[in-house]
Design a protein around this ligand. Sequence first.
Ligand SMILES: CC(=O)[C@@H](O)[C@H](O)COP(=O)(O)O
Ligand SMILES: NCC(=O)COP(=O)(O)O
Length: 237
Amino acid sequence: MTKLSVNINKIATLRNARGGNTPNVVTAATNAEAYGAQGITVHPRPDERHITYQDVKDLQPIVTTEFNIEGNPIPQFIELVLKNKPTQVTLVPDGDDVLTSNAGWDTLKNKTFLQDVIKTFKAEGIRTSIFVDPVLAQIEGAKETGADRIELYTEAYAVAFAKGDTSAVKPYAACAELAHKLNLGVNAGHDLSLDNIAFFKKNMPYLDEVSIGHALISEAIYQGLENVIQQYLKFLK
Ligand SMILES: CC(=O)[C@@H](O)[C@H](O)COP(=O)(O)O
Ligand SMILES: NCC(=O)COP(=O)(O)O
């Protein structure tokens, strides 16, 4: 079984459009868990355009499944994570001006930096995962950083799958095999959806967790959150 972590960034995007507290991210997280989600993911960005640092504090005591905080480990992010002690921190090398995450780490070039940051989180008992492209050398580099897991950046798979190119899953499967050999856990995320998740799951060995936000929350607008979460859980068995 692969765990489903629901990314609730988009609930915060909608809330921020009016400046009040509707929809409420705490209620959304509680509902997602009640409907079967096995984790809640947030990705507070430095400009707080969706999830705010206050949201992370509000969510920390109410998330009863796995709490996953994603982000670029700049000093204020490191402090936020250490204060709120999630189950997992996922390190993502976002530039300040990006619309959304658009690349994995170069684990070879950033080895020393990542080793230091990962040591800090692990000393506090926080599981560490690093966001990487599906490239074998990057998985070997990830092992060297001391991370517990990798999160494979699935945008390339999602784009290719939408065009009918199912071979795009192959590098992901190869990276998962290598990660498993190296004793690294395997997560995946970005642009996964009800259209592409079943094929991905069927072809991906050792897949511990997927985090899904943009498509899942969009699908929930049409089909309802409970219904959509139930469909993902069926595909991830
Ligand atoms: C790390 C990653 O893949 C991102 O998908 C992310 O968490 C989504 O971020 P946005 O919601 O800001 O696009
Ligand atoms: N780590 C990926 C994530 O949390 C969700 O990405 P997306 O489904 O919003 O593209």
